[in-house]
Write a protein that binds this ligand. Structure first.
Ligand SMILES: NC(=O)c1ccc[n+]([C@@H]2O[C@H](COP(=O)([O-])OP(=O)(O)OC[C@H]3O[C@@H](n4cnc5c(N)ncnc54)[C@H](OP(=O)(O)O)[C@@H]3O)[C@@H](O)[C@H]2O)c1
Length: 312
């Protein structure tokens, strides 16, 4: 197989390229300077020339706060760009397929009555919250989330052989991410302050890449949304605590640093983040297998990779 990866040099795209190559498939992953997802003609030309069996869109405007004041660019990449790729793949007219990567930020994370009537469900916690399913109502709270949601809809409408994979908080060896930021700040400041009121599941780029490869293995897949994440559910504070402890174990940090729990309100960020963004992955597991991993195990692997790369 030959897989076209848009956003191949980003955090997820870099890992996906490696996973596809490790699977023994070929990759065509242009830089954004070579193929701009916002340039429809260029994209159509590339999809025709690349002769890929499937395409994965890892490209996005991911600067969540900046998107609030850069709405036109965020929409151009996350919504119109995603649509451009879907139209281009559809226009190939063959059996080519497309996976669009999306985000947990399409949900509000606020639970006032959203799941009322659903309390017999075992996965509902004491506060009436449970991981989001694909058909739960979306209510993005940020420009980033809104434009990604628009992209999802446009991809599914434009391309008959497309699926959308929503994922949670990503970390990996490439690009900018929370793990690397924590490691750098721990060294620079000797202490950390991290929010403890946002709940989610940190998902390694490695494990998402394995999930995408599992989807690509199948000759066909349903034209629908999927959720993919990690377990167990945690908070950024708890995640940071594990990062620091494990970084000490693997020798990336010399000693533990104090970590203070803070609140989202205290951070005063420009964009609103969902306080709860757990994703229910059972649809994915039914269709593609049990690939949801424990992020604490994945974290150890990723920290090892960051160490072998010379640090964050
Ligand atoms: N990061 C997270 O925590 C997170 C969480 C949930 C979902 N997601 C989703 O996961 C996917 C991958 O995210 P990521 O963290 O890997 O993002 P990332 O590291 O910011 O990478 C995004 C990639 O998109 C490319 N890109 C941006 N504009 C482009 C354009 N006009 N044409 C072509 N390529 C363009 C970038 O290339 P340049 O650098 O050259 O511009 C970069 O390679 C995205 O769909 C994102 O929405 C991310």
């Amino acid at each position: 197989m030959r897989i076209g990866v848009v956003g191949a040099y980003g955090q997820l795209g870099s890992d996906l390229v490696q996973a596809v190559l490790a699977r023994g498939w070929q990759v065509d992953g242009p830089r954004s300077s070579e193929v701009d997802i916002c340039d429809r003609a260029q994209l159509e030309d590339w999809t025709r020339r690349s002769r890929c069996d499937a395409f994965v869109n890892c490209a996005a405007y991911t600067a969540v706060d900046a998107a609030e004041t850069d709405q036109a660019r965020a929409r151009a990449i996350n919504a119109e760009g995603a649509s451009n790729l879907a139209v281009a793949v559809q226009n190939l007219g063959g059996s080519e397929r497309l996976i669009q990567i999306s985000t947990d930020y399409v949900f509000s994370g606020v639970f006032s009555g959203v799941f009322s009537g659903d309390f017999s469900d075992e996965s509902v916690d004491q506060k009436g919250r449970r991981p989001y399913r694909e058909d739960d109502p979306t209510a993005p709270q940020s420009v980033y989330g809104r434009t990604k949601l628009e992209g999802e809809g446009q991809v599914l409408e434009a391309c008959a052989d497309a699926a959308v994979l929503r994922v949670g908080w990503i970390y990996g060896r490439a690009g900018k991410n929370f793990v690397k930021a924590i490691l750098r700040r721990a060294v620079e400041h000797g202490k950390l302050s991290v929010v403890s009121d946002q709940h989610g599941a940190p998902c390694s780029a490695r494990s998402i890449s394995a999930a995408v490869v599992a989807m690509l293995e199948r000759p066909v897949w349903p034209h629908r949304l999927y959720h993919f994440g990690a377990r167990p559910l945690t908070t950024w504070f708890d995640f940071a605590t594990h990062i620091v402890a494990q970084a000490v174990e693997v020798g990336l940090l010399q000693a533990m640093v104090p970590i203070e729990a803070t609140t989202t309100a205290a951070l005063n960020q420009v964009a609103r983040r969902p306080p709860w963004s757990a994703l229910d992955c059972s649809r994915f597991e039914t269709d593609f297998g049990d690939l949801v991993s424990d992020w604490r195990v994945e974290l150890k692997e990723v920290l090892g990779q960051i160490k072998s790369d010379g640090g964050p």
